[in-house]
Design a protein around this ligand. Structure first.
Ligand code: PLP
Length: 426
């Protein structure tokens, strides 16, 4: 008798599937806020360097019933019952992260980038240890020793800086401070550095004094996934990252390390710094890692950098002072002073025109600067011609005059609506 192969029956999509109609009916007040935010994201340009636009598949995983599941512990060793399927979700996420970044071990549970950095410290350091990190005025993150952050209260941070002439990390100073202070760890990473960091040089500086090297790759990790930036994994003892910037996953963090540190890192995440993992987020990270492993994502990551380079060049032509004269990444920092405004005024005027970004510290300028990135607009499908147009809009938005700004706002809306993040809004 011939064997009849039946196609597997697809799992039917159940009635809980996210539905804005349902939310509108039940809670119109909150539905209006959420839909209003969706509209804001669609009719203005999201140039905040730390943001991106996740895929509908990532959003589906985030809004799934995995959000209901308690799962303290790790796959196969949970404190709760009923974890068989979320165990599978976490194993998939871990395997995909390891493959994507060539890491011996991955912990995908940190709730945020800060939680990932804190876990790295908890795995490697003791309170009172000395740590060398980029000083906050030069682009270090809060978790790199800010006095208002636990890192600054529990560890002795020494800050290295940026060379005033080049705008690049002052590597001779890193080495000199390492020899002087003999830190337990050196942290390499920034919230605003637009160039590739020299991981090999940091590794050598750490090795010379027997320090751990922690790379906080929160910003470039998505470019690393797409092959558009060097991978810190072969150099660092521990790499911490966010999953929501260029990587385009859900808001969250992860820690990558070799097998030899796996147990210490896992225990530093749970139970030392966190409780139950957010399994919907873990599943959404897995979906994002799956997307990031595709040729389409690699093309995206390279386009992000190409766009940032064109945007930096076009902003320079409009008179902005671009830190380091350009960028290797998604990120640009600039001093708008030659256009007659400081960073805070610029952010306000740009926001009024629908050009959304942050201010940032500029190491050697008098006022604050602006920090922007191309991850979200590139996800929307914008390429070099749109970057050139955006730079012109920047310069016009900074000019005095409410009428002028209304005109720029209309042109920004028109541009944004040609590239809707999730298709046309009904
Ligand atoms: C270098 C760096 N480290 C850590 C973080 C913290 O990430 P989160 O805001 O998810 O805690 C950020 C966030 O922008 C960052 O840029």
């Amino acid at each position: 008798m011939p064997v009849v192969h039946h196609a597997p029956t697809p799992t039917p999509v159940p009635a809980y599937a996210p539905s804005y109609e349902r939310l509108l009916r039940q809670d119109p007040e909150m539905a209006e806020v959420i839909l209003g935010e969706a509209r804001r994201q669609a009719d203005s340009l999201q140039l905040t360097a730390a943001e991106n636009i996740t895929s509908p598949a990532v959003l589906a995983a985030l809004g799934s019933p995995l959000a209901n599941k308690y799962a303290e512990g790790y796959p196969g060793a949970r404190h709760h019952g009923g974890c068989e399927l979320v165990d599978t979700a976490e194993r998939i996420a871990v395997d995909r992260a390891k493959a994507l970044f060539g890491a011996g071990h991955a912990n995908v549970q940190p709730h945020s980038g800060s939680a990932a950095v804190l876990a790295a410290y908890a795995a490697l350091l003791r309170p009172g240890d000395t740590v060398l990190a980029l000083g906050l005025p030069y682009g270090g993150h809060l978790t790199h020793g800010a006095p208002v952050n636990s890192s600054g209260q529990w560890f002795h941070f020494v800050g290295y800086g940026i060379d005033e002439r080049t705008g690049l990390v002052d590597l001779p100073q890193v080495r000199a401070l390492a020899r002087e202070h003999r830190p337990r760890a050196i942290v390499c990473g920034s919230i605003s550095y637009p160039r590739h960091l020299d991981y090999a040089a940091f590794r050598a500086a750490a090795d010379e004094v027997g320090a751990y090297l922690i790379v906080d790759a929160a910003h470039p990790i998505g470019l690393v996934a797409g092959g558009a930036a060097p991978n810190p994994v072969p150099y660092a003892d521990v790499v911490c990252a966010t999953t929501h910037k260029v990587l385009r996953g859900p808001r969250g963090g992860m820690v990558l390390c070799g097998q030899e540190l796996a147990e210490r890192v896992d225990r530093a995440v749970f139970p030392f710094t966190q409780g139950g993992a957010q399994m919907n987020s873990v599943a959404a990270k897995a979906v994002a890692f799956g997307e990031a492993a595709t040729p389409a994502f690699s093309a995206y990551a390279h386009q992000v950098v190409a766009n940032a380079r064109v945007l930096a060049g076009a902003l320079a032509a409009e008179g902005f002072l671009i830190t380091t004269g350009g960028t290797d990444t998604h990120l640009i920092t600039a001093d708008p002073a030659p256009l007659g405004v400081d960073g805070r005024t610029a952010r306000g005027r740009l926001a009024a025109a629908g050009l959304v970004l942050d201010t940032c510290a500029l190491p050697y300028a008098r006022g604050r600067g602006i920090r922007l990135g191309t991850a979200a607009v590139t996800t929307q499908g914008m390429t070099e011609p749109e970057m050139a147009a955006i730079a012109v809009l920047f310069a016009e938005a900074l000019r005095e005059g409410a009428e002028n700004r209304r005109d720029v706002r209309a042109r920004v809306r028109e541009l944004a609506e040609r590239f809707p993040p999730y298709g046309p809004l009904s």
